[in-house]
Design a protein around this ligand. Structure first.
Ligand SMILES: [Zn+2]
Length: 431
């Protein structure tokens, strides 16, 4: 028996993702309560159903900040699969819960709904939002990063046998990850307090137990303006920046035995004023993106950058941690430092060992790996300190590229993997 509450229209059969007006961003439209012993839909174990959902999600453009349609689609599908509770929270995350019949830990499976842009669009052979199926793959923006993983998580949770489950499974389809890693997940975790987190970013079906973090710093050199016809009369801030850049390249990067090296990349540069009309520029600003390793602190990295500026003999140069200014589709405004810490979990941690055991029992052969890109794990593990692993279909190299695709075989293996990780961790008391 299922009791639907405050759902204006019950999702129907295989009609995926009919867009409709979202009347409230505060849960009410999507609150669903099921009574005990809800029987999961048989279609959860159907590969075609998983392919259909992935394609439906890929067809919905959800470039960063535009995730509303995907969130509604996710809610509809969770409702169809008889999740115990489905909601869209205040920042726009779609969250569904499946409760076991026995008490136990709370596991959060997270996948973000937003994607990066598709430029240059004329370089795509497969249309980015057509979800074409060709050569055993689904093609389109977000297929690997990470709508395939999201679909696999939803179907894995939707197919769980509650009678044999001691604990709770929370699936979050989160917003804004491509701009501000972890901010949206923070909202989910504050509300649902998981004991364990599984990040679904691409891992090539390996088990990830660590990830590099990310930080952005802005550096601004100061000069003295003068007429460009007499450059010796001023101090050119761009020349000073050139010296700073040279010193930045010499900063040694740290290395971690398991994760690898930290990196630093000059990502943008602009002179001030820009454009300059016959003026020796009085300012120059660059942004550096630093990939972080466990234990790195923002003050120490900033001190390294300040020392490099001093070696470049560029007086008055300013070094600052950059800020994110981001607004979600529900209007939540985040202004926060661009500091997303690295994280790791020991190999002998229960979550790693049970995760490996679960994946092997599903017939997979996972290795242990680390994420080189930054993920929502920066918050769940790096900031909140909640044990976190990563597991997902496809590879990091398939993210953010022209003609993005996901292999259909990996999709169904990922669904089996999620299901098996959960059932291994939440083993019920029934024989
Ligand atoms: Zn991603």
């Amino acid at each position: 028996m299922v009791r639907w509450a405050r759902v204006t229209k019950q999702p129907a059969g295989r009609e995926f993702c009919q867009p409709r007006e979202l009347r409230s961003t505060l849960l009410l439209d999507w609150l669903i309560d099921t009574q005990e012993n809800a029987v999961p839909s048989e279609t959860t174990n159907n590969d075609q159903s998983l392919i259909d959902l992935t394609c439906a999600l890929v067809r919905m453009e959800s470039i960063l900040g535009n995730e509303r349609a995907v969130a509604e689609c996710v809610c509809q599908e969770m409702g169809r699969l008889l999740f115990d509770h489905v909601e869209i929270d205040k920042v726009g995350n779609a969250v569904g819960i499946v409760r076991g019949l026995h008490g136990g830990p709370r596991i959060l499976l997270d996948a973000h709904m937003d994607t990066v842009d598709v430029v240059p669009v004329n370089a795509w052979v497969h249309q980015p939002f057509a979800a074409e199926i060709d050569n055993g793959c689904i093609w389109g923006r977000g297929s690997s990063d990470m709508k395939g993983a999201l679909a696999a998580m939803i179907h894995a949770a939707g197919g769980l046998d509650r009678a044999n489950l001691a604990g709770t499974v929370i699936v979050s389809a989160s917003v804004g990850e491509e701009s501000i890693e972890g901010a949206a997940l923070r909202t989910v975790m504050d509300r649902h307090t998981p004991d364990f987190v599984v990040i679904g970013e691409a891992s090539n079906l390996n088990l990830v137990r660590a990830g590099r973090g990310r930080a952005e710093f802005t550096i601004e050199t100061v000069g003295e303006p003068a007429h460009a016809s007499d450059p010796g009369a001023g101090i050119n801030a761009v020349h000073r920046m050139a010296a700073v850049i040279g010193e930045m390249e010499k900063i040694p990067m740290p290395e971690h035995q398991f994760i690898g090296r930290g990196t630093m990349c000059l990502t943008d540069i602009i002179s001030i004023p820009y454009p300059a009309h016959s003026v020796v520029p009085s300012g120059c600003r660059t942004t550096y993106e630093r990939r972080l390793l466990p234990g790195e602190e923002h003050d120490a990295i900033k001190a390294e950058l300040v020392e490099a500026c001093a070696r470049a003999k560029a007086p008055d140069t300013m070094v600052e941690l950059a800020m994110t200014d981001y607004r979600t589709y529900t209007g939540t405004h985040w202004v926060e430092p661009k500091w997303f810490p690295s994280w790791k979990l020991d190999e002998d941690h229960l979550l790693v060992q049970e995760g490996l055991r679960g994946l092997r029992s599903a017939g997979l052969e996972p290795g242990l790996a680390s994420y080189q890109f930054c993920t929502n794990g920066a918050y769940s593990a790096g900031t909140a300190g909640v044990p976190t692993i990563g597991f997902g279909p496809s590879t990091e190299q398939h993210a953010h590229v022209v003609d993005e695709f996901i292999e259909i075989d990996q999709l169904s293996l990922a669904r089996r993997g999620y299901e098996s990780i959960v059932t291994t961790l939440l083993r019920g008391t029934a024989p």
